[in-house]
Design a protein around this ligand. Structure first.
Ligand code: MLT
Length: 309
Protein backbone atom coordinates (compact mmCIF):
# COMPACT_ATOMS: atom_id res chain seq x y z
CA UNK A 1 0.00 0.00 0.00
CA UNK A 2 1.22 3.50 -0.85
CA UNK A 3 2.43 5.63 2.05
CA UNK A 4 0.25 8.66 2.75
CA UNK A 5 2.42 11.71 3.39
CA UNK A 6 1.08 15.07 4.55
CA UNK A 7 2.96 18.12 3.27
CA UNK A 8 1.60 20.79 5.57
CA UNK A 9 3.84 23.69 4.44
CA UNK A 10 5.10 24.59 0.95
CA UNK A 11 7.87 22.24 -0.24
CA UNK A 12 9.95 22.58 -3.44
CA UNK A 13 8.56 20.51 -6.35
CA UNK A 14 11.78 18.49 -6.53
CA UNK A 15 10.99 16.88 -3.15
CA UNK A 16 7.32 16.30 -4.03
CA UNK A 17 8.33 14.67 -7.32
CA UNK A 18 10.91 12.49 -5.56
CA UNK A 19 8.20 11.10 -3.25
CA UNK A 20 5.59 10.72 -6.01
CA UNK A 21 7.94 8.70 -8.21
CA UNK A 22 8.24 6.24 -5.32
CA UNK A 23 4.46 5.85 -5.23
CA UNK A 24 3.68 8.02 -2.17
CA UNK A 25 0.25 9.63 -1.96
CA UNK A 26 0.76 13.29 -1.03
CA UNK A 27 -1.79 15.48 0.75
CA UNK A 28 -0.73 19.13 0.60
CA UNK A 29 -1.54 22.26 2.61
CA UNK A 30 -4.23 22.46 5.31
CA UNK A 31 -5.82 19.27 3.91
CA UNK A 32 -2.82 17.43 5.41
CA UNK A 33 -3.89 18.52 8.90
CA UNK A 34 -7.47 17.41 8.27
CA UNK A 35 -6.13 13.98 7.26
CA UNK A 36 -3.96 13.42 10.35
CA UNK A 37 -5.44 9.99 11.26
CA UNK A 38 -4.54 8.68 7.78
CA UNK A 39 -0.95 9.91 7.57
CA UNK A 40 2.14 7.70 7.67
CA UNK A 41 4.41 10.76 7.57
CA UNK A 42 4.06 14.51 7.97
CA UNK A 43 6.47 17.07 6.51
CA UNK A 44 6.48 20.65 7.86
CA UNK A 45 8.57 23.79 7.70
CA UNK A 46 8.42 26.41 10.46
CA UNK A 47 4.82 27.58 9.89
CA UNK A 48 3.02 24.47 11.15
CA UNK A 49 3.29 23.78 14.85
CA UNK A 50 3.21 20.04 15.48
CA UNK A 51 1.46 19.87 18.83
CA UNK A 52 0.77 17.03 21.26
CA UNK A 53 -2.93 17.15 20.27
CA UNK A 54 -2.05 16.72 16.59
CA UNK A 55 0.22 13.78 17.36
CA UNK A 56 -2.59 12.17 19.38
CA UNK A 57 -4.89 12.36 16.35
CA UNK A 58 -2.23 10.99 14.00
CA UNK A 59 -2.53 7.40 15.15
CA UNK A 60 -0.71 5.88 12.12
CA UNK A 61 2.08 8.44 12.04
CA UNK A 62 5.58 7.01 11.95
CA UNK A 63 7.67 10.09 11.18
CA UNK A 64 7.61 13.90 11.21
CA UNK A 65 10.07 15.52 8.81
CA UNK A 66 11.15 19.11 9.39
CA UNK A 67 12.25 20.65 6.08
CA UNK A 68 14.92 22.83 7.67
CA UNK A 69 17.00 22.99 10.82
CA UNK A 70 14.98 24.28 13.80
CA UNK A 71 12.67 21.76 15.47
CA UNK A 72 11.25 24.19 18.04
CA UNK A 73 7.86 24.01 16.28
CA UNK A 74 7.53 20.27 17.04
CA UNK A 75 6.54 18.89 20.44
CA UNK A 76 9.53 16.57 20.73
CA UNK A 77 8.50 15.12 24.11
CA UNK A 78 5.10 14.12 22.74
CA UNK A 79 6.72 12.57 19.65
CA UNK A 80 9.15 10.62 21.85
CA UNK A 81 6.33 9.36 24.08
CA UNK A 82 4.31 8.19 21.07
CA UNK A 83 7.28 6.58 19.35
CA UNK A 84 7.09 8.98 16.39
CA UNK A 85 10.45 9.58 14.72
CA UNK A 86 11.46 13.21 14.08
CA UNK A 87 14.03 14.01 11.40
CA UNK A 88 15.29 17.33 10.03
CA UNK A 89 17.50 18.52 7.16
CA UNK A 90 20.24 20.48 8.88
CA UNK A 91 22.80 20.85 6.08
CA UNK A 92 20.81 22.07 3.10
CA UNK A 93 20.28 25.67 4.15
CA UNK A 94 23.65 26.50 5.75
CA UNK A 95 25.10 28.60 2.92
CA UNK A 96 21.84 30.45 2.28
CA UNK A 97 21.50 31.44 5.95
CA UNK A 98 25.17 32.46 6.15
CA UNK A 99 24.78 34.66 3.05
CA UNK A 100 21.65 36.30 4.46
CA UNK A 101 23.43 36.96 7.75
CA UNK A 102 26.21 38.81 5.90
CA UNK A 103 23.60 40.65 3.78
CA UNK A 104 21.89 41.88 6.98
CA UNK A 105 25.24 43.01 8.40
CA UNK A 106 25.89 45.21 5.35
CA UNK A 107 22.27 46.36 5.18
CA UNK A 108 22.36 47.43 8.84
CA UNK A 109 25.85 48.98 8.71
CA UNK A 110 25.19 50.94 5.49
CA UNK A 111 21.44 51.66 5.89
CA UNK A 112 20.79 50.12 2.48
CA UNK A 113 17.01 49.53 2.79
CA UNK A 114 16.48 53.02 4.26
CA UNK A 115 18.54 54.63 1.48
CA UNK A 116 16.62 52.70 -1.16
CA UNK A 117 13.28 53.73 0.38
CA UNK A 118 14.43 57.37 0.40
CA UNK A 119 15.49 57.22 -3.28
CA UNK A 120 12.11 55.77 -4.19
CA UNK A 121 10.54 58.90 -2.65
CA UNK A 122 12.64 61.02 -5.00
CA UNK A 123 15.19 62.08 -2.33
CA UNK A 124 19.01 62.23 -2.49
CA UNK A 125 20.15 62.11 1.16
CA UNK A 126 23.89 61.44 1.08
CA UNK A 127 24.57 62.97 4.51
CA UNK A 128 21.80 61.05 6.23
CA UNK A 129 23.20 57.68 5.26
CA UNK A 130 26.65 57.77 6.81
CA UNK A 131 27.47 54.14 7.58
CA UNK A 132 30.07 51.93 9.25
CA UNK A 133 32.65 49.62 7.62
CA UNK A 134 32.74 45.94 8.51
CA UNK A 135 36.38 45.48 7.60
CA UNK A 136 38.59 45.70 10.68
CA UNK A 137 35.67 45.18 13.06
CA UNK A 138 35.20 42.36 15.56
CA UNK A 139 32.42 39.88 14.86
CA UNK A 140 31.11 37.95 17.88
CA UNK A 141 29.29 34.74 17.07
CA UNK A 142 26.93 33.28 19.65
CA UNK A 143 27.08 29.64 18.56
CA UNK A 144 29.50 28.27 15.98
CA UNK A 145 27.81 25.16 14.60
CA UNK A 146 27.39 24.67 10.84
CA UNK A 147 25.87 28.10 10.18
CA UNK A 148 28.09 30.00 12.61
CA UNK A 149 31.15 28.43 10.98
CA UNK A 150 29.91 29.38 7.49
CA UNK A 151 29.42 32.97 8.69
CA UNK A 152 32.92 32.97 10.23
CA UNK A 153 34.48 31.91 6.88
CA UNK A 154 32.76 34.74 5.04
CA UNK A 155 33.48 37.33 7.74
CA UNK A 156 37.21 36.54 7.70
CA UNK A 157 37.14 37.10 3.93
CA UNK A 158 35.71 40.56 4.62
CA UNK A 159 38.61 41.40 6.93
CA UNK A 160 36.69 40.98 10.19
CA UNK A 161 38.22 39.43 13.32
CA UNK A 162 35.99 36.62 14.57
CA UNK A 163 35.24 35.62 18.19
CA UNK A 164 32.86 32.85 19.19
CA UNK A 165 31.11 31.81 22.40
CA UNK A 166 29.80 28.25 22.26
CA UNK A 167 29.64 26.34 25.57
CA UNK A 168 28.95 23.08 23.68
CA UNK A 169 32.22 23.04 21.74
CA UNK A 170 35.81 22.62 22.92
CA UNK A 171 38.06 25.65 22.35
CA UNK A 172 40.12 23.66 19.82
CA UNK A 173 37.10 23.05 17.58
CA UNK A 174 36.07 26.72 17.75
CA UNK A 175 39.61 27.71 16.71
CA UNK A 176 39.54 25.19 13.81
CA UNK A 177 36.35 26.89 12.67
CA UNK A 178 38.26 30.13 12.38
CA UNK A 179 37.25 31.99 15.53
CA UNK A 180 38.91 32.94 18.80
CA UNK A 181 37.03 31.07 21.57
CA UNK A 182 35.78 33.28 24.38
CA UNK A 183 34.72 31.70 27.68
CA UNK A 184 31.57 33.67 28.47
CA UNK A 185 28.75 35.52 26.75
CA UNK A 186 29.74 38.62 28.69
CA UNK A 187 33.30 38.50 27.35
CA UNK A 188 32.00 38.13 23.79
CA UNK A 189 29.49 40.98 24.05
CA UNK A 190 32.09 43.25 25.69
CA UNK A 191 34.45 42.88 22.71
CA UNK A 192 32.29 42.49 19.59
CA UNK A 193 31.34 45.34 17.25
CA UNK A 194 28.89 43.10 15.43
CA UNK A 195 27.10 40.24 17.21
CA UNK A 196 25.39 37.45 15.28
CA UNK A 197 23.25 34.73 16.85
CA UNK A 198 23.45 31.11 15.63
CA UNK A 199 21.85 28.99 18.35
CA UNK A 200 18.56 27.07 18.33
CA UNK A 201 15.65 28.21 20.49
CA UNK A 202 15.59 26.07 23.63
CA UNK A 203 14.65 26.68 27.25
CA UNK A 204 18.31 27.58 27.80
CA UNK A 205 18.53 30.13 24.95
CA UNK A 206 15.11 31.76 25.33
CA UNK A 207 15.76 35.47 25.98
CA UNK A 208 19.50 34.85 26.09
CA UNK A 209 19.76 38.46 24.98
CA UNK A 210 17.74 40.34 27.59
CA UNK A 211 18.04 43.65 29.47
CA UNK A 212 20.97 42.39 31.52
CA UNK A 213 22.97 40.79 28.71
CA UNK A 214 22.22 43.50 26.10
CA UNK A 215 23.81 45.93 28.57
CA UNK A 216 27.09 44.01 28.07
CA UNK A 217 27.19 45.00 24.38
CA UNK A 218 29.65 47.66 23.28
CA UNK A 219 27.87 50.98 22.74
CA UNK A 220 27.24 51.47 19.03
CA UNK A 221 27.34 47.80 18.10
CA UNK A 222 25.22 45.92 15.57
CA UNK A 223 23.07 42.90 16.40
CA UNK A 224 22.05 40.33 13.77
CA UNK A 225 19.67 37.41 14.25
CA UNK A 226 18.86 34.82 11.60
CA UNK A 227 18.45 32.02 14.16
CA UNK A 228 15.15 32.09 16.03
CA UNK A 229 12.82 34.69 17.43
CA UNK A 230 12.66 34.27 21.18
CA UNK A 231 16.44 34.20 21.63
CA UNK A 232 16.23 37.99 21.86
CA UNK A 233 13.85 39.68 24.30
CA UNK A 234 12.35 42.11 21.82
CA UNK A 235 11.23 44.82 24.31
CA UNK A 236 14.78 44.91 25.72
CA UNK A 237 16.28 45.23 22.23
CA UNK A 238 13.94 48.11 21.46
CA UNK A 239 15.18 49.90 24.61
CA UNK A 240 18.82 49.20 23.70
CA UNK A 241 18.22 50.67 20.21
CA UNK A 242 16.58 53.73 21.71
CA UNK A 243 19.46 54.23 24.15
CA UNK A 244 21.96 53.87 21.26
CA UNK A 245 23.74 50.94 22.92
CA UNK A 246 22.72 48.92 19.89
CA UNK A 247 23.41 51.08 16.83
CA UNK A 248 21.41 48.92 14.42
CA UNK A 249 19.85 45.48 14.20
CA UNK A 250 19.25 43.08 11.33
CA UNK A 251 16.44 40.67 12.17
CA UNK A 252 15.07 37.81 10.08
CA UNK A 253 13.21 36.05 12.90
CA UNK A 254 10.71 37.20 15.50
CA UNK A 255 9.18 35.90 18.68
CA UNK A 256 5.73 35.86 17.02
CA UNK A 257 5.68 35.40 13.26
CA UNK A 258 4.41 37.31 11.41
CA UNK A 259 5.03 40.13 13.92
CA UNK A 260 3.11 42.87 12.08
CA UNK A 261 4.37 46.46 12.05
CA UNK A 262 5.61 46.45 15.66
CA UNK A 263 7.74 49.26 17.13
CA UNK A 264 10.76 47.00 16.70
CA UNK A 265 10.08 46.16 13.04
CA UNK A 266 9.39 49.80 12.15
CA UNK A 267 12.32 51.20 14.15
CA UNK A 268 14.42 53.36 11.78
CA UNK A 269 17.63 51.46 12.59
CA UNK A 270 16.16 47.98 12.26
CA UNK A 271 16.42 46.08 9.00
CA UNK A 272 13.73 43.40 9.08
CA UNK A 273 13.13 40.50 6.71
CA UNK A 274 10.31 37.93 6.92
CA UNK A 275 12.22 34.75 7.95
CA UNK A 276 13.77 34.37 4.51
CA UNK A 277 17.37 33.47 5.38
CA UNK A 278 16.95 29.93 4.03
CA UNK A 279 14.69 31.05 1.22
CA UNK A 280 16.90 30.63 -1.85
CA UNK A 281 16.06 28.53 -4.89
CA UNK A 282 19.12 26.36 -4.28
CA UNK A 283 18.52 25.80 -0.56
CA UNK A 284 14.81 25.08 -0.94
CA UNK A 285 15.49 22.48 -3.62
CA UNK A 286 18.21 20.84 -1.48
CA UNK A 287 16.13 20.88 1.70
CA UNK A 288 13.12 19.32 -0.06
CA UNK A 289 15.23 16.51 -1.52
CA UNK A 290 17.02 15.90 1.80
CA UNK A 291 13.83 15.70 3.85
CA UNK A 292 12.02 13.58 1.24
CA UNK A 293 14.82 10.99 1.32
CA UNK A 294 15.12 11.07 5.11
CA UNK A 295 11.36 10.64 5.66
CA UNK A 296 11.34 7.83 3.10
CA UNK A 297 14.18 6.07 4.92
CA UNK A 298 12.28 6.35 8.19
CA UNK A 299 9.16 4.81 6.60
CA UNK A 300 11.21 2.01 5.08
CA UNK A 301 13.15 1.34 8.28
CA UNK A 302 16.44 2.45 6.70
CA UNK A 303 19.34 4.15 8.48
CA UNK A 304 18.82 7.82 9.29
CA UNK A 305 21.31 10.66 8.94
CA UNK A 306 19.45 13.32 10.88
CA UNK A 307 17.29 11.75 13.51
CA UNK A 308 16.29 14.23 16.23
CA UNK A 309 13.93 11.90 18.14
C1 MLT B 1 15.28 26.57 9.53
O1 MLT B 1 15.13 26.31 10.72
O2 MLT B 1 15.61 25.72 8.71
C2 MLT B 1 15.06 27.96 9.02
O3 MLT B 1 14.68 28.84 9.98
C3 MLT B 1 14.23 28.00 7.79
C4 MLT B 1 12.76 27.98 7.96
O4 MLT B 1 12.23 27.45 8.91
O5 MLT B 1 12.07 28.51 7.10
Amino acid sequence: MAYVIGIADPLHDAGLEWLRTRGAQLIEGDAALDALPHLDALIVRSRTKVTREMLQQATRLKVVGRAGVGVDNIDLDAARERGVIVVNAPQATTEAVAEHTIALMFAAARHIPQADASMKQGRWEKKRFLGLELQGRVLGLIGIGRIGAAVARRARGLGMYVLAYDPYLPAGVIAERGAEPVPTLEALLNRADVVSIHVPLTEETRHLLNRETLAWMKPGSILICTARGGVIEEEALLEALEEGRVYAAGLDVFEHEPPGATRLVTHPRVVATPHIAAQTQEAQRRVALDIAAEVWNALEGGSLRWRVV
